[in-house]
Design a protein around this ligand. Structure first.
Ligand code: SF4
Ligand code: SF4
Length: 292
């Protein structure tokens, strides 16, 4: 099973939920956790790992425009075409490394073939192991494009770790939002756990991300995190789920122990076992829906 934990809005507790589900699965056998939030990966931290614990490989999935100066006649035909505002003129064309998205439009305008698209190192992917848990992760370099491609590489690495460990399940910790990294992670998932919190902005973002999940026909359930902060709004989300005929897998209370677990770099169920039944309920519902 590929279980995707996602949320429209950042900060809802998606990685917190993912880490405890991974921990529960690890008690039954090997499992793979894949951190698909390649802009700000932090799933490893919740298992007590830091950057140096990962075996990393740099990757090149993006291209950038480069000027071949000896071919350039300074005709300026490449100016004004870039919709990403990556070109400027300083005694000749200049291509901004960070703004360039590698679309190639400027090169098409150049009669001299003086603009070349070159592959650039735009991130890394890595792996680590903690007990029964294999972890795949990746990170996009600052200012680089291609987050969706890095997510695809993280998922490929997770598949390889799954084979190495003979694991049955992969848990993906998706990025927030509805952009390329989310789409890349949702593709091919067997079930999605959509984590939200009882606030209007989180609810609005939840509805947006559910459209992505529904588009790819991935079955899903909802987790309302920090529900005790705003019980009235949590009821709104319950009502929404009922109208859509979607299961609310659990409501998790707001509790300082969730924060303490993050500080201790541990999954919540390890730091505060009293919350274990709630996460067992989530996992139980997911596994049940897979069997039906
Ligand atoms: S390759 Fe595309 S994004 Fe990059 S500078 Fe040229 S037109 Fe702009
Ligand atoms: S279009 Fe080509 S030759 Fe003309 S200024 Fe741009 S890079 Fe130079």
């Amino acid at each position: 099973m590929i279980l995707n934990v996602l949320s429209g809005k950042g900060g809802t507790g998606k990685s917190t939920v993912a880490a405890s589900l991974v921990q529960l699965l690890a008690e039954k056998g090997s499992v793979v956790a894949a951190d698909c939030d390649v802009d700000t990966p932090n799933l490893g931290i919740l298992f007590g790992l830091d950057d140096d614990d990962f075996e990393k490989n740099t990757v090149s999935t993006g291209t950038k425009a480069f000027l071949i100066e000896e071919k350039c006649t300074k005709c300026a035909k490449c100016m004004g075409i870039c919709v990403f505002s990556a070109t400027s003129w300083e005694n000749g064309p200049v291509f901004d490394r960070y703004a360039c998205e590698g679309c190639g439009a400027c090169g098409l305008m150049c009669p001299e073939g003086a603009i070349e698209l070159r592959k650039v190192e735009n991130g890394w992917v890595g792996k680590a192991k903690k007990g029964n848990i294999g972890i795949a992760t990746g990170q996009l370099k600052m200012g680089e494009a291609g987050s969706g491609d890095i997510v695809a590489l993280v998922k490929a690495k997770a598949d390889r770790i799954k084979a190495e460990l003979s694991a049955e399940n992969i848990v993906l910790d998706s990025a927030a939002g509805i952009g390329c990294p989310v789409i890349a992670s949702v593709l091919g998932s067997d079930y999605a756990v959509a984590v939200t919190e009882p606030t209007p902005s989180a609810f609005s973002d939840l509805k947006r991300v559910l459209k992505v999940v529904e588009y790819f026909k991935v079955p899903y359930g909802i987790v309302v995190n920090k529900s005790t902060l705003n019980p009235g709004f949590a009821q709104e989300i319950q009502k929404f789920a009922k109208e859509k005929n979607v299961k609310v897998l659990a409501e998790l209370p707001y509790d300082v122990k969730f924060v303490e677990a993050a500080v201790e770099m541990k999954p919540v169920i390890e730091h505060a076992p009293e919350f274990r039944p709630l996460f067992e309920k989530i996992l139980g519902s997911v596994l049940e829906s897979r069997q039906s």
